[in-house]
Design a binder for this molecule. Structure first.
Ligand SMILES: *[C@@H]1O[C@H](CO)[C@@H](O)[C@H](O)[C@H]1NC(C)=O
Ligand SMILES: *[C@@H]1O[C@H](CO)[C@@H](O)[C@H](O)[C@H]1NC(C)=O
Ligand SMILES: *[C@@H]1O[C@H](CO)[C@@H](O)[C@H](O)[C@H]1NC(C)=O
Length: 273
């Protein structure tokens, strides 16, 4: 009797030891109980959701070291639950296309690398490229994408954490028609101000990526709007010159890794960071 009890006790002990601590500490339940997080919202179109490593609608599943998962990097999934983040970060958000590597994981790993005491990073993927890309008018206040972003972002802080910044990589679809390109500056400013007002964070850092090339002829106009945007607490990193993939439309995995690093460096240029 005593012997068998001892035996089962040792079995339990072995089981407990065999279980990786990360799973114990970061199980779904504990991830969704109160936990201080540094929350970053990711929005925009396909290059933000990520197509790195995708050829003919198939992802090659290659995850570079900069994009590896880490128990301290979480994502808010489409069911508004926190889970450990892994590539492809937007697979259940940008659902009509095959997602691959985007800048998000590289950003999160670099954020932690640059400040090892920052703690938990919580990513809120919201970007949608879809089939035709998304224009900035599709992100205006009142639209479905805008409402989803606000809903996901508000939900992300319910179990602890602070929204640290919004990351924005969009505009390619606004390079096709002259009137869209000419309106870009005004619409981007309105978007930033509306998001800050609706989230009640008037100085929330906003980091955008200036396009490397566009789907249409009016790239210069959109780029100029992005680079010249004059609002407090807005930064712009420039993707010009990063390698494009063989479809000539999307960023490669290596380019996405670089954009993620640039976004992280830009974040630390804010006084509040
Ligand atoms: C992708 O599909 C096209 C058309 O079906 C084909 O010609 C091409 O070889 C494919 N590329 C790869 C890398 O599989
Ligand atoms: C690193 O993160 C900690 C915790 O958020 C913060 O107190 C500290 O100021 C940060 N350091 C730098 C250099 O940003
Ligand atoms: C992705 O980014 C590249 C580089 O900025 C750009 O040329 C391309 O148009 C973008 N693609 C889409 C679909 O947004």
């Amino acid at each position: 009797m005593e012997r068998s009890m001892l035996l089962s006790f040792s079995c339990l002990l072995l089981l407990a030891l065999a279980k990786p601590t990360d799973q114990v500490v970061h199980g779904s339940r504990s991830l969704n109980s109160f936990l201080e997080k540094n929350i970053f919202v990711l929005a925009g179109q396909s290059n933000m959701s990520g197509r790195g490593g995708v050829v003919n609608q198939t992802w090659d599943k290659i995850v570079p070291p900069e994009c590896q998962p880490n128990p301290s990097i979480l994502r808010l999934n489409s069911r508004l639950r926190w889970e450990q983040a892994r590539e492809p970060l937007h697979f259940d958000i940008d659902v009509t296309q095959t997602c691959g590597i985007g800048p998000g994981m590289s950003f999160a790993n670099t954020i932690r690398h640059l400040n090892s005491s920052i703690g938990i990073v919580g990513l809120v993927p919201c970007a949608v490229g879809g089939y035709h890309g998304t224009k900035i008018s599709e992100w205006a206040k009142g639209t479905l994408l805008y409402k989803q972003l606000i809903k996901r972002t508000k939900s992300s802080v319910k179990k602890g954490g602070k929204i640290r910044a919004i990351l924005w990589f969009q505009g390619e679809s606004d390079t096709v028609a002259l009137e869209d390109a000419e309106m870009y500056s005004k619409k981007l400013k309105a978007l930033i101000m509306n998001l800050r007002a609706d989230l009640q964070l008037p100085m929330l850092p906003f980091i955008q990526v200036a396009l490397a090339s566009g789907q249409g002829h009016f790239l210069g106009t959109v780029r100029k709007s992005q680079l010249d945007l004059n609002l407090p607490n807005v930064r712009c990193v420039d993707a010009f010159g990063v390698p494009l993939s063989t479809d000539y439309v999307h960023l490669t995995t290596q380019a996405e890794v670089r954009v993620g690093k640039m976004l992280a460096e830009a974040f630390y240029s804010f006084n509040s960071a």
